[in-house]
Design a binder for this molecule. Structure first.
Ligand code: DQA
Length: 147
């Protein structure tokens, strides 16, 4: 199985960006750990990050062509703004889990609403970088149930 991890804007700054909220791990460190986990789980994992909304949408569209089985996505601030990203995920109909490092429900009111959550097979938030690990485990389990 092929899983695609997409991280959205400002997540390239993990480690230095508000570490009291987002933790001290860099994105590279997180991705390296997930690659190791993917190897152990016997899945192929592609990791991508962009600050640009159109790039995230293009990757979601490309995922259908690339026959990606599952997407794990932290859309960052586009969670709360992007109908276009929502439409892309709905359009490709690839199952996905939405991840947030922080607990978006315990922060500013504008972070409580997600344009993606009702389409997601699951949402993980507030578990820090471990949330990605849980998402990969959940993705593998869900793929086993559907094949
Ligand atoms: C985030 C939460 C978003 O509200 C915020 O805009 C981010 C990161 C998280 O992982 O906690 O950039 O998605």
């Amino acid at each position: 199985p092929k899983i695609l991890l997409i991280n959205g804007p400002n997540l390239n700054l993990l480690g230095e960006r508000e570490p009291h909220i987002y933790g001290s791990d860099t994105l590279v460190a997180i991705e390296n750990r997930l690659q190791q986990q993917a190897g152990e789980l016997g899945i192929s994992l592609q990791c991508k990050q962009s600050n640009a909304e159109h790039q995230l949408i293009d990757w979601v569209q490309q995922a259908a062509t690339d026959e990606i089985d599952f997407i794990v996505i932290n859309p960052a601030a586009y969670t709360h703004t992007s109908i276009a990203l929502r439409d892309a995920l709905a359009g490709v109909a690839i199952p996905f889990i939405e991840v947030h490092l922080s607990n978006i429900h315990a922060r500013e009111a504008f972070r409580k609403h997600s344009y993606l959550s009702d389409l997601a097979v699951g949402v993980i938030c507030g578990c820090g970088a471990d949330g990605y690990t849980y998402a990969l485990q959940a993705a593998v389990k869900k793929l086993q149930l559907t094949t």
